[in-house]
Structure formats: C-alpha cells, structure tokens
Design a protein around this ligand. Structure first.
Ligand code: IMP
Ligand code: MG
Length: 178
C-alpha cells in the first residue's frame, strides 16, 4: 500500500497531535453540553472516532451519509443523502465532522439542510482543507491541516473505497487514478 503513495503528508503521530488539539478547543467551546457530533460517512469515520475520544464534554454521536463523488476522483457536484440523522436535532448544537473540504459543495448543502431542521447552531470540524478548488464559501471553525491540490488518501479518506486503512495521510500516485 505504501508504494501507491507519492508522498506522505502527515504521519500517524502528527495527525493524533492535531486531533487532540482540535478536541481540546471543541471541549472548551461546547461546555454547555448540548453537543451532537455528526460524522459524515464514510471518509470521516476514522477522524470522528479519534476526535470523539478526546472531547471531554458530554455529547452524542450521529452519522450522515452523503455522496457526491461516486467511484471517480472528480466531484460530480451533485449531493445525495444516503443516510439521514437518527436523532431530532431541533435546539441542538451540531458539529459536522468532515474528512476533507474540497469544492465545498457537500458542506454547503449539508449546512443548509441542517439549519432548516432548526438546529441551534451548526459548525464544522474538518481534518483537511483543499482551498485551491473551493467553489462554495465555507467557514471551517475547527481545521486540522491545509493540503495541496492533489488527490489525498488515508486515515479514512479513500480512492475507489481503498486506502481508508492507512494510518497516515498522503498523496496518491497519479498512475493509480488516471
Ligand atoms: P467537496 O464537496 O468537493 O468539498 O468534496 C467533499 C468530499 O469529497 C470529501 O468529504 C471527500 O469525501 C471527497 N474528497 C475531496 N477531495 C478528496 C481527495 O483529495 N481525496 C479523496 N476524497 C476527496
Ligand atoms: Mg467526506
């Protein structure tokens, strides 16, 4: 698997240190204890579970599944809800947990959708941000790292469902997806 990576951007240790830092900030900001952590399946599963372990305030966990990519490496721009929330979120403080914000299409759609369901607040925690390709303006309150405009995989983030199990994050070799 390591051979399919052109470059490693963040090691397991670097990611964990960043996740702990983000969880500390989140715990400070949500001391009221009305927090619903919403992981966006499947890419943010590894990040969500690590982040959750270091959030020290009471919270509940929910998941949504959306699809915008299909099996290709280019966003279709179309967002489809595949799995909705299990809980009623009216009056709750929502924290959407994403793996990577690219064009922003997915999050723009999710933000509007969740606000319309009368959440008290909706904020975003994203491990990665790829600003080069942004189309929709998105305010990421808790951000891990900025990444270059390349195809990133590992730590939950996939290419055609593969590489999610890599404990590090890196750039996939072009010959793998071209
Ligand atoms: P956006 O709607 O264009 O912001 O894309 C958001 C989703 O596309 C992310 O949550 C990822 O699942 C996926 N994505 C964006 N960039 C990459 C990448 O470099 N590698 C793998 N998946 C990506
Ligand atoms: Mg995602």
């Amino acid at each position: 698997m390591r051979n399919d990576f052109k470059e490693i951007l963040f090691t397991e240790e670097e990611i964990l240190a960043k996740v702990k830092e983000m969880a500390a900030k989140i715990s400070e900001d949500y001391s009221d204890g009305n927090l619903v952590v919403v992981g966006v399946l499947k890419g943010s599963v590894v990040f969500t579970s690590d982040l959750l372990k270091y959030i020290t305030v009471p919270c509940v966990l929910d998941f949504m599944a959306v699809s915008s990519y299909g099996l290709s490496s280019e966003s279709s721009g179309i967002v489809k809800i595949i799995k909705d929330l299990d809980y009623d979120i009216e009056g709750k403080d929502l924290l959407i947990v994403e793996d990577i914000v690219d064009t922003g299409t997915t999050l723009k759609y999710l933000l509007e959708y969740l606000k319309a369901r009368k959440a008290k607040s909706v904020e975003i925690a994203s491990l990665l941000n790829k600003p080069a390709r942004r189309k929709a303006e998105i305010d990421i309150k808790y951000l891990g790292f900025n990444v270059p405009d390349e195809f990133i995989v590992g730590y939950g983030i996939d290419y055609a469902e593969g590489y999610r199990n890599a404990p590090y994050i890196g750039v996939l070799k072009e010959e793998i997806y071209k």
